[in-house]
Design a protein around this ligand. Structure first.
Ligand code: ADP
Ligand code: MG
Length: 323
């Protein structure tokens, strides 16, 4: 089992940012309205994520670190699968296999919290502890027991940059969650909950860009597409990046980039690609997010349909605003 866990760990945990991603997704799944992220030495020495979500029951705490013991699979209907960010039940086991983890957690109906420590896959007995409702994960010494992989990590500042990027994706996808990010003891972001993604875009890309974006939205059958795209006249701005969130999860998908290029054809300087912050909400049976353990690739059941919808929606927005 240890070998299998280490293989899984290699797929899920590539660098500190992957740990941050998994722990953030779990906190979101737990219904947190506030999540605090802190890293030391780019996350190589310490990753700390505290949430005010529903916590883990004392009986479930050791199970949470067993591979495939996800609480989310228990409710294995598809709707639930897409509604929650995790459902493979691999992440915590994988993380605990390659680091030293401490988890303190308390549920609202419990008078005290419980704590578990896991060192390179070996769990301590559970102790009781004082802690607020929610969950705190501390992940130390990532890859200390796999020195070769530790040497693959980049400099502290590069790893901190990857963590910051992961943090920004989550912040863009979940504006209603209060998020903070500390790196090397310094507060980098304190993002109070806001109602729309525009405020968050302003934080990461500047108010000017955020104000210049065009809102697009369409619903065709059960596919809801919405978000912001670059105003064609802003094409000279240096801002770049295309963010796609499917069911609140950041994903990469080339075909949507192609649809955007097509929509802006002739409107942009050659070689530029438009900034975009797009959300797709669609029924779970329309998308497979389980293509890869990190869930960053997705496969749409009918990719052509989504391509066409995006192209048409952007074009109609241009027409309606006389561009
Ligand atoms: P998955 O998210 O795919 O279910 P994980 O290994 O990421 O698998 O997590 C295992 C289980 O641990 C989750 O299903 C959940 O029950 C519990 N868990 C993990 N993190 C948290 C958290 N921050 N708050 C509450 N429960 C959590
Ligand atoms: Mg998870």
């Amino acid at each position: 089992a240890a070998v299998i866990n280490q293989i899984a760990a290699g797929e899920v945990v590539e660098r500190p940012a992957s740990v941050v991603k998994e722990l953030l997704e779990n906190a979101i799944d737990a219904g947190a309205s506030r999540i605090d992220v802190a890293v030391e030495r780019g996350g190589k020495d310490l990753i700390r994520i505290a949430d005010n979500g529903r916590g883990i029951g004392v009986d479930d705490l050791p199970l949470a670190f067993m591979p495939h013991a996800t609480s989310k699979l228990a409710e294995a209907d598809d709707l639930f699968r897409i509604a929650t960010l995790g459902f493979r039940g691999e992440a915590l086991a994988a993380i605990a296999e390659v680091s030293k983890v401490r988890c303190q957690t308390r549920q609202a109906d419990s008078p005290e919290g419980s704590e578990i420590s896991i060192d390179a896959g070996v769990a301590s007995p559970i102790r009781s502890c004082g802690c607020p409702v929610g969950t705190v994960f501390e992940v130390r010494n990532l890859f200390a027991n796999t020195p070769v992989r530790r040497t693959f990590l980049k400099s502290d500042s590069t790893e901190a940059g990857h963590v910051a990027e992961m943090f920004s994706r989550v912040a863009l996808a979940h504006p209603t969650i209060h998020l903070t990010f500390r790196s090397a003891g310094k507060l980098v972001h304190d993002l109070p909950a806001v109602t729309g993604i525009n405020e968050r875009i302003a934080v990461f890309f500047g108010r000017e860009l955020a104000d210049s974006l065009l809102w697009i939205e369409s619903r065709i059958d059960d596919i809801h597409l919405w978000g912001y795209v670059a105003h064609p006249s802003q094409s000279r701005s240096s801002a770049k990046g295309q963010f796609l969130f499917v069911g609140g999860r950041y994903v990469r998908d080339r075909s949507l980039g192609h649809a955007l290029s097509e929509a802006y054809r002739g409107l942009l300087m050659v070689g530029r690609s438009p900034v975009a912050f797009l959300h797709l909400d669609l029924p779970p049976d329309q998308v497979d997010v389980n293509v890869h353990p990190t869930k960053v690739e997705v496969r749409f059941r009918d990719g052509q349909r989504i391509y066409s919808q995006l192209l048409a929606t952007v074009r109609q927005t241009f027409l309606a605003s006389d561009l």
